[in-house]
Design a binder for this molecule. Structure first.
Ligand SMILES: Cc1cc2nc3c(=O)[nH]c(=O)nc-3n(C[C@H](O)[C@H](O)[C@H](O)COP(=O)(O)OP(=O)(O)OC[C@H]3O[C@@H](n4cnc5c(N)ncnc54)[C@H](O)[C@@H]3O)c2cc1C
Length: 397
């Protein structure tokens, strides 16, 4: 617990300012600690008169950074298949590992994983730690967390990456907490600092108005979750070789208070825009819900799907599953056609990894043209019908 020495405390308030959790307040000239205290020790370090101390807590245990080595990717395997973000993370993981001159390892947890480990090696992994057991057929935080935590403790990787998926967001914070490691969620960019191996973890902050780069300079491992469709996977290379390590599991690791009786796939009529190769996106320039008829026609003529900006989702012109951007989905189709979308930073954050971007906007200064490969300046109500008839005519011929 955090102890305040009332004899030494001068009520200066520095501790109040240094507490990120608002857990300490000077009352009648003495620091008073509330239940919000996380025992992080920031106030102790900042107290100039040494009136604060932590008892029964190992504070700021100095980690020997040199003992931590290698880049790890948690590869999500469920219902017999590997999530695509796992391969994307191996792509960026390979770059980080090469920059550090260390090995890239994949952690595969599940049941009946078949030749998935070979697939991970073909996509860039040097080592695969495979925990394959019927007791791991269904994901639970307890079992998967125990396996991953124990592996990390045993091998001490300097970096651990996972997808910012429903499973990644559930699993990784618990693992980081058990390890006492820092975690940056929802990263959109990763790099590594050459001189000290600090992972530069970039993510939107303050409602997407700035991009913040976060480092964990004094603790290991450095852990990040990364949004799907942001990083690029490597080409499958059947010639790559690597090592597969079958993890010996202890019964305690498979012990869980949760018993999964059945796993049911959610029914959803809406197309998953993250899986479409071609997206036609509509924005406020469509004027009304009716404007989406043109977008649907163009999408259908290209065998693509319809996406949207938040402005039109908020206006109720189309459903949320179609929203692209910071508070929507991140997409990376082969072709993204943005129609009447201004290109606000929050929208661009969700589609800038598209292979080819075409923008149609009547404002030649619209920011969407900064990320577009091809731009058409003009009225979409004139351009889209012509485009649709051209494409349909071309298909008939
Ligand atoms: C915390 C936060 C999170 C957000 N998350 C998201 C998000 O996930 N996704 C998202 O999209 N936004 C998001 N936003 C909102 C974002 O800031 C913009 O407000 C929004 O993207 C604007 O949508 P828009 O481009 O459709 O509309 P506008 O900005 O109004 O742009 C309409 C464009 O259409 C053009 N236009 C008008 N008429 C025509 C015409 N006849 N022909 C051709 N062009 C025409 C105009 O020139 C204009 O460029 C978020 C904002 C905040 C603060």
């Amino acid at each position: 617990m955090l102890i305040v020495d009332k004899e030494l405390c001068v009520g200066c308030g520095i501790c109040e300012d240094s507490c990120a959790f608002g857990a300490i307040e000077v009352v009648d000239g003495i620091a008073v600690v509330s239940e919000a205290c996380t025992l992080c020790g920031a106030c102790v370090d900042n107290c100039e008169v040494e009136a604060l101390r932590l008892e029964g807590v190992e504070k700021n245990v100095q980690v020997d950074l040199d003992n931590w080595n290698g880049i790890w990717v948690y590869c999500e395997y469920r219902s017999g298949s590997l999530s695509s973000v796992s391969l994307e993370l191996l792509g960026i993981g390979r770059k980080l590992a090469d920059a550090r001159g260390v090995k890239l390892a994949a952690v595969l947890i599940g049941a009946d994983t078949g030749d998935t480990a070979d697939n991970l090696i073909a996509h860039g992994a040097d080592i695969v730690y495979r925990a394959d057991d019927p007791g791991l057929a269904y994901f639970t935080d307890e079992t998967y967390g125990a396996v991953l935590t124990d592996l990390i403790k045993q091998h001490q990787p300097e970096v651990v990456l996972a997808g910012a998926t429903a499973i990644g967001r559930s699993l990784i914070p618990g693992v980081a907490n058990t390890l006492g490691a820092g975690l940056t969620a929802d990263c959109t960019q990763l790099d590594i600092r050459a001189d000290d191996g600090a992972l530069l973890q970039t993510r939107p902050a303050f409602g997407g108005n700035i991009m913040a780069t976060i480092v964990c300079p004094s603790s290991r491992p450095q852990m990040s979750t990364v949004r799907p469709n942001v990083m690029k996977e490597l080409e499958y290379d059947a010639g790559r070789t690597g090592e597969i390590v079958d993890v010996a599991l202890e019964p305690a690791q498979l012990d869980s208070k949760v018993r999964v009786l059945e796993s049911v796939q959610a029914e959803n009529d809406d197309v998953n825009i993250q899986e479409s190769d071609i997206l036609v996106g509509g924005g406020r320039g469509l004027d009304s819900e009716k404007g989406f008829e043109l977008i649907r026609q163009l999408a259908s003529s290209l065998n693509g799907s319809v996406s949207a900006s938040r402005a039109v989702v908020d206006a109720g012109w189309i459903g949320y599953p179609h929203q692209v951007g910071q508070t929507g989905k991140t997409v990376a189709p082969k072709l993204y056609i943005a129609c009447g979308i201004s290109g606000a930073i929050q929208h661009v954050a969700g589609m800038q990894s598209s292979e080819t971007i075409v923008a149609i906007n009547r404002d030649e200064n619209a920011p969407i043209f900064d990320v577009a490969d091809f731009g058409i300046v003009g009225d979409l109500f004139e351009i889209l019908p012509k485009l649709i008839s051209k494409i349909e005519g071309y298909q008939k011929s």
